[in-house]
Design a protein around this ligand. Structure first.
Ligand code: ADP
Ligand code: ZN
Ligand code: ZN
Length: 727
């Protein structure tokens, strides 16, 4: 008999009978085909087979063993088991998140015999040397460099003629897989050499190199442009020289192709990327190549934390503070935290990099749990920007833009600078209002307003995705005119176009970037300095390296100031600091302007006058005073139901059924901040404790009794450990 993990929402593994000829093959990590209910499914064996005792229950047989070698090794099974325990999630679903779809369904593990494209030395040279107007060729070449593309995949990405041209130019050739990472000397010469380190980089590298070979966590804190990526690259070179693999986690690859580009330019074919933008076939190939040891550097988003890397020697977590490391649905894990656990279990070092580390990371560094390395100066020796506050209460506004801000834009453009305007709200206007009767277009399914999108001529709900026509006239009173109220990025873009008609203005937000290839095109254009004004949402604040920016304007610094979540201020500080970090060139300090209605807000002033570290110290003092993370641990029990009383009743019942513990405080139940979303009501129960162990005992105990009666109520519930948001 063997225990098998199956991807179903039940927190248990399932025992199946092993028949004689199979027994030799059954080992942890092997995939098996079996009957589950009326379906046939593929599961993963998670324990060594054992004898069935006489008189024991009659088990169903395993139908077929799919692998002669385990698909995943014991270390990875154990990591997944840890994740399943810690996040109170079914092991079968954790394994499903760790394995690409094709393999989960039983696809063969032999590396595919299709021809895989790769760049030649000339191809790597072309990638760096082609002019910016060859954007689509560059895009094709970088896709070939970072993914295991077949010719068919490439045809889906670019016109056949482009691939043909790349091949006749000698930029691309093809191999039948297996060991095509081997670097020939010609290619090696074409790759970019390491920069000579600055004294700060040298000190950080010395320290980090000494840590190779065993577990430790180091925080590499450095402002944007201080050379963190260069430190990653040189440390990775050391790891490659030792014959080991490096895992690089990044919040979003599509938005920040620069990170991947730089690893590719330095290490060529040794690098591959793994993220949700790849097709299933590409993901599978890359995963198998990583497992076969063909890849030395794997750069990936969240789920890459589970990628099989038999020679793992280093884990780098870039932009470690980014909330997108936390998955917000299903398996609600933090890839950053899992990466640190993986590093500890594999006894390899982890490096957390950020210009704006998370409060909990700073706290861990302060108490000595992490080493704290600093890069304080920008490599370019650009002075940090001046940050100034504009009190919008005393200023005339043009569509949300104050005169001093517009004047500054004009001045910087006149001096040949590039300008960035940041507003974390996409669409044209966040509300459509009837001034005759006060009606505001509501989402029929959420407690929220519809956002007007002028480009699409539609109203959109940003919470449930509902799309509707723009009403005409007012559905309530019949008045003819409905007024767009407030600003989104589309409206700021329009306003600027009117004011600066000859300038190239581009909008960066998820609406605009949804088009395939648009992100790469725009961010390369911005990088090359071809855009005069960039208007965008937080997409802009991510790790982009726009070298020519001289002014950044934050249209509405108040969005986060009075947010409902306890992390809102931390996020605001990170965002403002990241935006500010994009500004300034050698010998020419940039300028940052913040528009606010609360120019006296003490924390805003502290951030502006003393900088992010002092701001974080103040926030940590507040967190300590209120017993919030990192000074306590939280878990959230969420419930959803079509009618609100059912959700609240479920949680009230859960509250009484929770195993008693003097160490765990229970708050609620209470309706979520947005009570109704997508037609369902949401409520939550918050658990807080100074002791992780106590918190997990209580939750685990409750789940054990609650899980069997799950479906009865028409209520869906979920557990969120270390929640990123409390709503
Ligand atoms: P960060 O990752 O902290 O934003 P980067 O590593 O991207 O910083 O460095 C910023 C810029 O400076 C990049 O263009 C990089 O190529 C360059 N750079 C980094 N280190 C050095 C160095 N030691 N000498 C010269 N240029 C460097
Ligand atoms: Zn009306
Ligand atoms: Zn909605």
């Amino acid at each position: 008999m063997a225990a098998v993990a199956i991807a179903v929402p039940l927190r248990k593994v399932f025992d199946y009978r092993v028949d004689d000829p199979q027994a030799a093959q059954i080992r942890p990590g092997v995939r098996v085909r079996l009957a589950f209910g009326r379906r046939e499914v593929v599961g993963i064996v998670v324990s060594a087979p054992r004898e069935i005792a006489a008189g024991e229950f009659e088990y169903r047989a395993i139908r077929e063993v799919l692998d002669s070698e385990p698909l995943i090794d014991t270390a990875l099974i154990e990591l997944c088991s840890w994740v399943a325990d810690y996040y109170h999630h079914p092991l079968g679903e954790v394994l499903a998140a760790a394995v690409p779809t094709h393999l989960r369904k039983g696809a063969a593990t032999s590396l595919p015999q299709t021809l895989i494209l790769r760049l030649t030395a000339a191809g790597y040279a072309a990638l760096t040397q082609l002019p910016a107007r060859s954007a689509s060729m560059k895009q094709l070449l970088s896709a070939i460099a970072e993914r295991a593309l077949s010719a068919a995949d490439a045809r889906a990405l670019a016109p056949t003629a482009a691939l043909r041209r790349a091949m006749t130019q000698g930029w691309v050739d093809s191999v039948t897989s297996s060991n095509h990472t081997a670097i020939d000397s010609e290619l090696e010469n074409g790759l970019q050499a390491a920069a000579r380190s600055t004294p700060e980089q040298a000190a950080a590298l010395l320290e980090l190199k000494q840590r190779l070979g065993s577990y430790s966590t180091s925080l590499l804190e450095g402002v944007t442009g201080s050379g963190k990526t260069e430190v990653y690259l040189q440390l990775t070179a050391e790891v490659i020289a030792k014959g080991q693999q490096t895992l690089v986690l990044t919040p979003e690859i599509g938005l920040t192709p620069q990170l991947t580009d730089r690893f590719i330019q330095r290490f060529g074919r040794r690098v591959a990327s793994y993220h949700s933008g790849l097709s299933d076939a590409e993901r599978t190939r890359t995963w198998l190549r990583a497992r076969a040891g063909e890849i030395d550097v794997l750069i990936g988003t969240r789920s890459a934390v589970f990628a099989p890397l038999p020679r793992l020697g280093l884990i780098i977590i870039d932009e470690e503070h980014d909330v997108s490391y936390k998955q917000q649905e299903g398996l609600r894990y933090s890839a950053r935290d899992v990466a640190l656990v993986r590093a500890r279990r594999r006894n390899v070092p982890a490096v957390l990099g950020s210009a704006t580390p998370a409060l909990e990371t700073l706290h861990n560094a302060a108490i000595g749990r992490y080493a704290h390395l600093h890069l304080r100066q920008r490599v370019s020796s650009a002075a940090p920007p001046r940050i100034e506050i504009i009190d919008v209460r005393t200023q005339p506004l043009t569509q949300g833009l104050s005169t001093p801000l517009l004047d500054a834009v004009e001045r910087h453009l006149g001096a040949g600078g590039q300008v960035l305007l940041f507003l974390n709200r996409r669409g044209y206007a966040p509300a459509l209002v009837c001034h005759a009767c006060g009606w505001v277009a509501p989402c029929p399914h959420c407690d929220a307003r519809m956002t007007l999108h002028r480009g699409r001529q539609r109203l959109l709900c940003h919470h449930c995705g509902m799309i509707s026509r723009i009403p005409d006239p007012c559905p309530d009173c019949g008045a003819a005119e409905l007024t767009p109220t407030g600003q989104g990025t589309e409206r700021i873009e329009d306003t600027l176009r009117l004011r600066f008609p000859e300038k190239r203005i581009e909008r960066f937000d998820s609406d605009r970037l949804a088009r395939a290839g648009e992100i790469e095109r725009l961010s390369r254009a911005a990088h090359a300095g071809e855009i005069d004004i960039l208007v965008g949402t937080q997409v802009l604040a991510k790790g982009h390296d726009f070298s020519g920016l001289s002014l950044a304007g934050v249209v509405d610094a108040d969005q986060a100031l009075y947010g409902t979540d306890f992390r809102a201020l931390e996020r605001m500080g990170q965002l403002l600091t990241q935006v500010a970090g994009r500004v300034g060139r050698a010998g020419q300090p940039g300028q940052v302007l913040l528009q606010t209605q609360h120019p006296d807000h003490p924390l805003l002033l502290q951030l502006v006058n003393e900088g992010y570290p002092a701001f974080c110290e103040a926030l940590l003092r507040e967190r300590r005073a209120h017993g919030l993370p990192p000074f306590s641990h939280l878990a959230l029990l969420r419930a959803q139901a079509v009618d609100e009383p059912a959700a609240l009743e479920f949680l009230r019942h859960a509250r009484t059924a929770l195993p008693a513990s003097a160490e765990v405080e229970v708050l609620g139940p209470a309706p979520a901040t947005m009570r109704r979303r997508g037609g369902v009501h949401r409520a939550q129960l918050l658990l807080r404790s100074a002791s992780r162990a106590a918190l997990h005992r209580v939750i685990g105990g409750w789940i054990a009794q609650a899980e069997p009666m799950n479906a009865a109520h028409g209520v869906r519930w979920s557990v969120d450990i270390d929640p990123a948001d409390l709503f």
